[in-house]
Write a protein that binds this ligand. Structure first.
Ligand code: URA
Length: 247
């Protein structure tokens, strides 16, 4: 990609390091070096593809957008900020461009598992939009024995959530194990309605005891990514997700 030379302060502000004013101050105070030379003039022009720009010992490498796989722990809300609860974005503060990042879609405070964190608005909008029917797969532990449910029916018709007067889209359930006490299932839904899995399981008479998202479309949560950890998506993973939403 051809990138023209750009003012240093604009580049760092676009990158997400802070406002233009904040970035100017950082440059003037000598926090930024270009090709191993500290530069204190914010108006200098740089080529982010060729010049090595370092802020506070971190190389600022140019990427238009960033995409992360995050394993959300319970106890954090899926929002950029909140007055009461800690948010999932707390795990990203260390990144210099963290101010531009946000989560796609929403997991409940007590739900664990896969969240995509990005700064790509168009991509996020599409992945979250019901029109694209992106599958979301959850591992759930639910109350009591689910082995008698007529699962084929829900794959065709969804279910009427009587309290909400809303019929869900078709969904799939695979039973992993079941006992009198509780069952383990995988449930695949294609909608992002508030509490959708909990509501479906409640309607079926098997309330959710534990919920973890394990897949969004073509992207499966790494087994060895601990809760609270994140990693960048590979180019292949980004390409496959984008294909699902026609990007
Ligand atoms: N469905 C729910 O009920 N909760 C979630 O966090 C996600 C899907």
């Amino acid at each position: 990609m051809e990138i023209r030379k750009i003012r240093l302060d604009k580049f760092l502000a676009d990158f997400g390091l802070g406002s233009r004013k904040e970035v100017k101050k950082l440059i003037k105070r000598g926090y930024v070096s270009v090709n191993n030379q500290i530069l204190t003039d914010p108006s200098i022009h740089v080529d982010p593809e060729k010049d090595q720009i370092i802020f506070n010992d971190q190389i600022i490498s140019y990427k238009k957008h960033h995409y992360y796989m995050f394993n959300k722990p319970s106890g954090y809300i899926t929002a950029v900020s909140d007055e009461i609860y800690p948010t999932v974005m707390e795990f990203f503060y260390e990144l210099p461009f963290s101010k531009k990042l946000f989560p796609i879609g929403r997991l409940d405070i007590d739900t664990e598992g896969l969240l995509i964190i990005t700064d790509d608005g168009q991509f996020a909008h599409r992945v979250a939009h019901p029109k694209w029917n992106i599958e979301k797969e959850y591992y759930a532990v639910v109350k009591e024995d689910v082995s008698q449910l007529n699962l084929k029916k829900y794959e065709k018709e969804g279910i009427l959530l009587r309290k909400d007067r809303y019929r869900t889209k078709p969904f799939k359930i695979e039973v992993i194990s079941s006992s009198n006490d509780k069952s383990e299932i995988l449930i695949i839904v294609t909608e992002g309605k508030y509490h959708i899995v909990k509501k479906i399981m409640e309607e079926l008479g098997h309330p959710v005891l534990y919920l973890k998202r394990v897949r969004i479309g073509s992207l499966r949560l790494d087994k060895d990514l601990e809760t609270g950890e994140f990693r960048e998506l590979t180019d292949e993973e980004i390409k496959n997700l984008k294909r699902l939403v026609n990007l």
